[in-house]
Design a binder for this molecule. Structure first.
Ligand code: CMC
Length: 427
């Protein structure tokens, strides 16, 4: 028998198995708690609760470690491609040369959208936030691709996963094109996944679009950095939606909706807006003081993380990518200096040190994306595009698990107890 945890409730003691992962904290298996004690656990925000078993991604937040299928994010960002990392997340191992080529071909063949989807965009206002468009269009995919929505069939799951990964750049680029009033650009399957996305976003029919290799590489790396992040809010949303048997397109649309929030994927947009508002380094202290003031709702966007209590390893890569992109595009955004100075001031301030608040992935990403030419409203869309592979990999893992039950949290009820209905004329 492995380790056991004892819980004493109302004088009665019960044993609960302590489960061990391959690495990381052990977990106490309390699945029988309610049947044995008639009590639930209370953990809003899941700060101490593992919602599932997963073999995809591991984070050690104290040490600033992020591994995908065991491989450190720094090594993947340096040596891998987004397509290869996607294969790794979906299949568990790095592909051979042939496997990678075949995977890239499959994804490339699915990049086009059903032509009728183009008319869907026209229902949105031109000034609609592209994340609103993403939620709508991705949810609508299930109306166009119902031949791959039998979730009990592994082949259907595979096809819909490939479709989602492949079509997301096309959908995202079209959301951008629609907002600027330019014609949609069809995929060009000669280009890489990321090169194709850049061309569909920034190309126009009147001119030949040339993909700048350094920008393509930086963008691809940004996609790798966002590919998966274990049980974050949007991934948990995808799993919860999927646990009811909902189709994959609906589940990913739910994930996109959750990602949009400023505490999650929306932070990249909020972080750049904040840097713009701060403007010059001499104004930083005022914003640091505001972030520390309990009576002020202002927070340093791009700072802090539920899991990382150390430097987010993705932020390290992101920071070094800023210079690469600046050099390639021969630009220099003074906001980068403001960001570096803000980081320096915050990290030397006891408030941030005590609370272990460090820059996260979103702190520097906006500066790069802005230099490449994306408006801030597109930042979270790019996060969604890249995270789609993590979402589908996690969704697949969950559906493949025979022990999977519908996700159904309990609650601590604090509302009125039973009372009789009072007719309107007696109230
Ligand atoms: N600026 C100032 N104070 C902060 C910040 C911040 N960015 N983040 C946390 N704190 C303080 C917070 O006020 C609290 O203080 P106290 O204990 O005195 O009440 C303490 O630190 C703990 O914060 P929390 O909100 O209880 O922590 P959490 O784990 O629930 O929240 C977070 C994590 C990421 C939502 C939060 O740090 C935050 O709002 N950061 C800014 C938004 C952001 O950058 N989000 C992107 C996350 S990374 C990308 C992604 O995965 O989506």
């Amino acid at each position: 028998m492995g380790d056991q945890a004892k819980l004493s409730v109302g004088g009665a003691e019960n044993d609960y198995a302590v489960l061990k992962g391959s690495v990381g904290p052990d977990v106490i298996d309390i699945r029988k708690l309610y049947a044995q004690t008639g009590k639930f656990t209370f953990d809003p925000g899941f700060t101490s609760t593992a919602s599932c078993e997963s073999a995809l991604t591991y984070i050690d937040g104290d040490e600033g470690v992020l591994l995908h299928r065991g491989y450190p994010i720094g090594q993947l960002a340096e040596n891998s491609s987004f397509m290869e990392t996607s294969y790794l997340l979906l299949n568990g191992e790095l592909p051979s040369k042939d496997e990678l080529t075949s995977f890239e071909n499959t994804i490339t063949r699915h990049t086009m959208l059903h032509e009728q989807l183009a008319t869907f965009y026209r229902g949105f206002r031109r000034d609609a936030h592209p994340m609103a468009i993403m939620c709508g269009v991705v949810g609508a995919l299930s109306a166009f691709y119902h031949d791959s929505t039998d979730i009990s069939d592994p082949e259907h799951r595979k096809i819909s996963s490939h479709r989602l990964i492949a079509k997301m750049p096309t959908i995202a680029a079209m959301a951008y094109k629609y907002s600027v009033g330019q014609p949609f650009v069809y995929p060009d399957n000669k280009l890489s996944y990321t090169g194709n996305f850049l061309r569909m976003t920034f190309g126009v029919p009147a001119e030949e679009y040339e993909v700048i290799p350094a920008v393509e590489k930086a963008m691809d790396r940004i996609f790798i950095l966002h590919a998966d992040h274990e049980q974050n809010a949007s991934t948990s949303t995808v799993r919860l939606a999927g646990s009811s048997g909902a189709n994959p397109f609906a589940c990913i649309a739910a994930g996109i909706a959750c990602l949009w929030g400023p505490a999650h994927g929306g932070a990249n947009e909020a972080a750049l807006n904040m840097l713009k508002e701060i403007g010059t380094p001499d104004r930083i202290q005022h914003y640091i003081d505001r972030a520390k003031d309990k009576n002020d709702p202002f927070r340093l966007m791009g700072f802090g993380h539920r899991v990382y209590k150390n430097y987010d390893p993705r932020a390290t890569v992101m920071q070094s990518t800023v210079r690469e992109v600046f050099d390639a595009l021969k630009v220099n955004d003074p906001l980068f200096e403001t960001a570096l100075r803000l980081e320096e001031i915050a990290l030397s301030d006891p408030y941030f040190a005590e609370k272990k608040l460090f820059p996260n992935v979103d702190f520097y990403s906006g500066i790069i994306l802005s230099a490449i030419g994306f408006p801030t409203t597109m930042f979270t869309v790019l996060f969604a595009l890249a995270r789609t592979v993590g979402w589908v990999a996690q969704w697949n893992e969950m559906i493949s698990d025979p022990g999977q039950k519908i996700g159904r949290p309990r609650q601590l009820y604090t509302g009125p107890t039973q009372r009789d209905y009072v007719p309107l004329d007696k109230r």
